[in-house]
Design a protein around this ligand. Structure first.
Ligand code: TYD
Length: 166
């Protein structure tokens, strides 16, 4: 006869094995997606008084935040960026207005249009990134996992491609 205690042991063993398997699959997916840029949807607390969104250190985004900066008052037709980072990862949100983030991995190019304050773009290191097509009064919030370091920039696209592709 199986006692209650035994049943609960079997259940927890099963749960452990099953849970472990699920955790491994999640881990593998995360590892395989780690170097991919992607849009992350942030929580949105809808309220008649005005909506609220947030992200917390490494809860909604895949890194610990070390630095925050923002880009604003961009004259029409201007572009920002056009460089890659050797190490730093970023998460960019259009807090206000809209703009396009163009990414290049040395072979292929992505274009992400950001225009909602509850969607952000995760950008891994070693991607060439340009921000363009800023709307009037747009505000780009950028968080990074590294302190500012001029040495982390690659500002020459040919050099970037050589590092990526050999
Ligand atoms: P840069 O990153 O080149 O701007 P963008 O990529 O948007 O064109 O930075 C512009 C200048 O601002 C550069 O001289 C370095 C300085 N800066 C800091 O001092 N601290 C920072 O955190 C950032 C992002 C830039």
């Amino acid at each position: 006869m199986i006692t209650n205690q035994k049943v609960s042991y079997i259940n927890s063993q099963y749960e452990f094995e099953y849970g472990q398997k699920a955790r491994n699959i999640i881990k593998q997916n995360n590892v395989s997606r780690m170097n991919e840029p992607r849009i992350i949807e942030l929580p949105k607390i809808i309220d008649p008084r005005g909506n609220l969104s947030f992200f917390e250190n490494s809860n909604q985004i895949p890194f610990d935040i070390k630095r925050t900066y923002w880009i604003y008052d961009v004259p029409g037709g201007e572009t920002r960026g056009s460089h890659a980072f050797k190490e730093q990862q970023e998460f960019i949100i259009a807090l206000s207005g809209s703009f396009d983030v163009v990414l290049h991995d040395g072979t292929k190019e992505w274009k992400f249009s950001l225009n909602r304050s509850y969607y952000g773009l995760y950008i891994p290191n070693m991607l060439w990134r340009t921000i363009e097509n800023f709307s009037t009064n747009s505000l780009a919030l950028i968080v990074s996992d590294k302190m500012y370091n001029a040495e982390d920039y690659i500002r020459d696209f040919d050099e970037f491609k050589t590092i990526k592709n050999g």
